[in-house]
Design a protein around this ligand. Structure first.
Ligand code: ADP
Ligand code: ADP
Ligand code: MG
Length: 485
């Protein structure tokens, strides 16, 4: 069980923007904050914001994944709780149990919940039993000829194309579309090998391929006393290789459909014994608004900020309260707020070159936007050298408007005001999306990028060159940098 003791000091077992975001709430609550970092991150911003910082090794990545090292750091710093953020150890049930054994509160669900829901086949079974619609599919395929026979049988019965998925998969990896029977024979062994390599588990299963669905998810919170609430929906359909790029709250669906999804999500949470914050993901057929359960993510999500912008609820604060054994008390009025929030992930990547990461480059100029309806969760600053060892997320920008039109106008304004010189970023790509008519109408599904190649056709560095020339002229005239505030 999650502990119900008052927390005094929280160790943040993560890096980058999410470490900083967690530290901010920990400080607001008057609690002590401890950052841990691998050597390549020694210049990172999140370290400077924490009360204490502990170097845990040279990494890269392996020390952020080292359970014993984290427990050691917590003991050394006197932390009585650990927040895992997202990625790294966040969905590792062994980490949640190791914390429990060390009498350190894990700010997340209990180990058995992480364990069960971390396996898509187990999660689907729990949901099916509760009468929740799941995408038609198989259980784990048996190994060898038998599994291949079952797979062909399912394909012939339900029709191609199919999705082959790693049972322990995540992060958009371990998912393969299968066009026909011949393709199935080719892909099964490849999918198994890939699953074993990436997730240390060679179990795979099949789902029916839903054509051009929307990805809609529900944020839930559950306390230790059996109360489960939802904080509404998010549309995360705009993806690349099954990974989200733009996230929107709430999803643009009829009210009765959203209500039904929220009810289903709360049922899913209750059926799995859920405690803490989580996300129930669904696929939606835009033609019929029929929806199917896909999976539950047992952690804070990258896109939680859109829900926070819309509802005003600090999800991390609620996570800490829940872990301390408090009752959820958020007023009902928070769940039905009007407006739209959009988050874009500003990455140091070149979208026109297959999103090639720009790690190793230095941020020469960094001027961030502000004003009404803008939230930034970032790690970049002028002079920051982007490490090559980690992901290329520089800053998440979340905007809120009173409706879709205003939110898009605001997003466009803020992206235009954002000046990052040094690495290429995804900013001009998002600007092109802001000008694309289907996006402006709010019409998109998970195939958006495949069907809108024109959003890759933007002028390189045009904004940066124009802004830099203006900046140089002003510095020359006034002998000071008017933007250095
Ligand atoms: P992950 O655990 O990597 O997040 P998911 O099972 O949540 O994997 O799927 C990620 C994305 O892959 C979905 O948002 C959707 O775009 C696509 N996808 C997954 N399953 C299907 C399916 N059965 N039919 C069509 N698209 C799917
Ligand atoms: P308390 O019991 O301490 O008076 P409240 O009833 O004010 O707490 O709030 C209960 C919970 O709801 C708190 O955890 C708080 O974070 C959240 N909450 C309260 N008011 C708001 C608000 N206006 N917006 C978002 N969250 C809120
Ligand atoms: Mg998912």
């Amino acid at each position: 069980m999650t502990t119900g003791k008052k927390i005094n000091k929280v160790l943040v077992a993560n890096r980058g923007e999410i470490a900083l975001r967690l530290i901010r709430t920990i400080k607001e609550l008057g609690l002590g904050s401890v950052a841990v970092y691998e050597n390549p991150d020694k210049e990172a911003l999140f370290i400077r914001f924490a009360d204490d910082a502990i170097m845990i090794g040279d990494g890269p990545r392996k020390d952020y994944l080292d359970i014993d090292r984290m427990i050691w750091a917590a003991r050394k710093s006197g932390a009585d709780a650990i927040h895992p953020g997202y990625g790294f150890l966040a969905e590792n049930p062994d980490f949640s149990s190791a914390c429990e054994k060390a009498d350190i509160a894990f700010i997340g669900p209990p180990p058995n919940v992480i364990h069960d829901l971390g396996n898509k086949v187990v999660a689907r079974k729990i949901m099916k039993k509760a009468g929740i619609p799941v995408t038609p599919g198989t259980g784990n395929l048996a190994s060898g000829e038998e599994g291949i026979k079952d797979a062909i049988e399912f394909g012939e019965k339900c029709g191609f194309p199919l999705m082959l998925k790693a049972s322990s998969g995540g992060g958009g990896r371990g998912i393969r579309k299968v066009e026909d029977k011949k393709d199935l024979l080719v892909q099964i062994p490849l999918a198994r090998a890939e699953a074993l390599h990436a997730f240390n588990d060679d179990n795979i299963y099949i789902e029916k391929y839903i054509e051009n669905p929307r990805h809609v998810e529900i944020q839930i919170l559950a306390d230790q006393h059996g109360k489960v609430i939802h904080l509404g929906s998010r549309d995360c359909s705009i993806q690349r290789r099954h990974q989200k790029l733009i996230e929107i709250a709430p999803a643009d669906l009829p009210v009765d459909v959203l209500e039904s999804m929220c009810e289903t999500a709360m049922l899913a949470a209750r059926e799995s014994g859920y405690i803490n914050a989580g996300t129930v993901e669904f696929l939606v057929d835009p033609a019929t608004n029929k929806f199917w359960f896909m999976e539950i993510n047992t952690r804070l999500q990258v896109e939680h900020t859109v829900t926070e912008m819309l509802t005003g609820v600090d999800i991390v604060r609620e996570q800490i309260m829940i872990t301390q054994g408090e009752h959820l008390k958020i007023p009902e009025v928070r769940f039905h707020l009007l407006g739209k929030a959009i988050q874009v992930r500003v990455n140091a990547e070149d979208p026109r070159n297959n999103f090639m990461p720009e790690g190793g480059k230095r941020v020469e100029v960094y001027q961030s936007p502000g004003g009404p309806g803008i939230r930034l969760d970032g790690i970049a600053y002028q002079g920051y050298k982007i490490p090559t060892e980690y992901d290329s997320l520089l800053v998440k920008m979340t905007v809120r408007g009173h409706n879709w039109e205003q939110a898009v106008q605001r997003l466009k304004r803020a992206l235009n005001d954002f000046l990052i010189v040094g690495p290429k970023t995804t900013i001009p790509f998002y600007l092109a999306i802001c000008d694309e008519p289907d996006f402006q109408k709010g019409e998109f599904n998970t195939s958006y990028l495949d069907t809108h190649a024109e959003v890759f056709d933007y002028p390189e560095n045009k904004r940066e060159i124009a802004k830099l020339s203006q900046l140089i002229a002003e510095i020359h005239a006034k002998k000071i940098n008017p933007y250095a505030y």
